[in-house]
Write a protein that binds this ligand. Structure first.
Ligand code: ZN
Length: 65
């Protein structure tokens, strides 16, 4: 599995409360959203809940440094 982020990027993310692995997986504690392959994952709530989770609004967006 290829590294997706450099050690510097992982460290920069950590400063912003994002627990990130060099492989692209992690969790954004500030926004309470999971990250996979460097992109935010949608939350698992049903559409009927009409939630406004960060993961739902920003699903598929790459995390910014
Ligand atoms: Zn949600």
């Amino acid at each position: 599995m290829a590294l997706m982020f450099t050690v510097e990027q992982v460290r920069a993310a950590s400063d912003r409360d994002i627990d990130l692995s060099p492989f692209g997986f992690g969790f954004d504690y500030q926004n309470q959203a999971w990250i996979e392959n460097g992109k935010y994952l949608p939350c698992a709530h049903p559409a009927s809940m009409n939630c406004q989770c960060y993961g739902k609004i920003h699903a598929g967006e790459p995390i910014k440094f």
